[in-house]
Ligand binder design. Structure first.
Ligand code: NAD
Ligand code: WQD
Length: 336
């Protein structure tokens, strides 16, 4: 079975490509490299010893996407392509709504045209918004998102749900990722943020490397055990394996379903820094700074549904996440 990975050259896409190839699937990638490099695909081929075609294209270009479907005949799609920087989405809402929504519309139209009826979508824990209780569970009513990026995920989920309601022979799997971190254990592929990263783990690795002088711990007066925010960090290889399970599920089941992909455990910012320092034997210069506006005190998943239905469970530890992030950063101080 051949699977199209839109945005497959990105951080999560590359790791998923590797796991799908290792599981025996064929793949094809479409990416405009707006936030990635072709090198990630070369390395995925090296790691797996398998070959696949990579189409450099914006998936909003319907004619080009039709050519891809004509040539490759994918039977399922994992739809990673999208812009993902929360802060930038506040500055440039139209870019985010336009790219993320149009890409989905064009993709769905071309899938319809070619009778490709299985889609796994990269959603996000951000769709839960602020909730009164933890852990976050799929049955919760999603509340208001705090930024346009989050709304694009919320809207795309709804669009796909509506579509699946009247197309009963389709299989739609919505995956709500928590906080992906870490890298492939080879250190050959990993997260490669453009410019100064926003997310915690790449900032930790860059602070350890000296590229960032001082890591700011954004707030230590939250109602959490050590006062810093709690998040459900998940190793990107575990997350990638979740996609293999989602594809297996989509092969056998029609309809639309949604799954959290998280570990179920909340770690604090200081837990991350302390574990990173301990497992890697290196200091992460840090200081407490002001809270970042919009940050929630805590967000962690109940991952039981994915375990029960997708037969998937995160296996890697926080130490694995810290070790593999550092291994990748050390081997690739300037990214790909
Ligand atoms: P990424 O930026 O590394 O990968 C996204 C890829 O999509 C990039 O390679 C980019 O070049 C490509 N792309 C964007 N718009 C495109 C378009 N119109 N046509 C073709 N290619 C396009 O991001 P990632 O971290 O790998 O995330 C993958 C998906 O998972 C995204 O949809 C993201 O919103 C979602 N997600 C990510 C996180 C996270 O923290 N990394 C958390 C939850 C959800
Ligand atoms: C984690 C924690 C910060 C940087 C974001 C998106 C979310 C999802 C994943 C896509 C927070 C703290 C951070 C720093 C810090 N992406 N922090 N110093 O905000 O949980 O989630 O990425 O869907 O939608 O919002 O992740 O890694 O930015 O922050 O103290 O320099 O680290 O306050 O508590 P977040 P993050």
């Amino acid at each position: 079975m051949k699977i199209l990975l839109t945005g497959g050259a990105g951080y999560i896409g590359t790791h998923t490509a590797i796991e799908l190839l290792n599981a025996g699937y064929d793949i094809v990638v479409a990416d405009n490299f707006s936030n990635s490099q072709p090198e990630s695909m070369k390395r995925a081929k090296q790691i797996t010893g398998r070959d696949f075609n990579v189409y450099e294209m914006d998936i909003r270009d319907k004619a080009k996407l039709e050519v891809l479907f004509e040539q490759e005949k994918p039977e399922a799609v994992i739809h990673f392509a999208g812009l993902k920087a929360v802060g930038e989405s506040v500055e440039k809402p139209l870019d985010y709504y336009e790219n993320n929504l149009d890409a989905t519309f064009v993709l769905m139209r071309v899938m319809e045209e070619y009778g490709c009826k299985k889609i796994v979508f990269s959603s996000s824990a951000t769709v839960y918004g602020e909730q009164d209780t933890m852990p976050l569970v799929e049955t919760m009513k999603c509340s208001a998102c705090s930024n346009p990026y989050g709304w694009t995920k919320y809207m795309i989920e709804q669009i796909l749900r509506d579509y699946a309601k009247v197309h009963e022979d389709w299989s739609v799997v919505l995956l709500r990722y928590f906080n992906p971190v870490g890298a492939h254990e080879s250190g050959m592929v990993g997260e490669n943020p453009n410019g100064i990263p926003n997310n915690l783990m790449p900032r930790v690795t860059q602070a350890a490397l000296g590229k960032i002088k001082m890591l700011g711990v954004m707030g230590n007066d939250y109602p959490t055990p050590d006062g810093t925010c709690l998040r459900d960090y998940i190793h990107v290889v575990d997350l990638a394996k979740g996609h293999v399970c989602a594809i297996r599920y989509a092969q056998d089941n029609n309809g639309c379903d949604v799954f959290n992909l998280g570990t179920g455990v909340g770690y604090s910012v200081l837990d991350i820094i302390n574990t990173f320092e301990k497992v890697n034997g290196i200091k992460v210069p840090h200081e407490i700074v002001a809270r970042r506006p919009g940050d929630l005190p805590m967000a962690y998943s109940n991952p039981a549904k994915a375990e029960k239905i997708l037969h998937w469970k995160a296996e890697k530890t926080l130490a694995d996440m810290c070790r593999d992030s550092w291994n990748w950063q050390q081997k690739n101080p300037n990214g790909y």
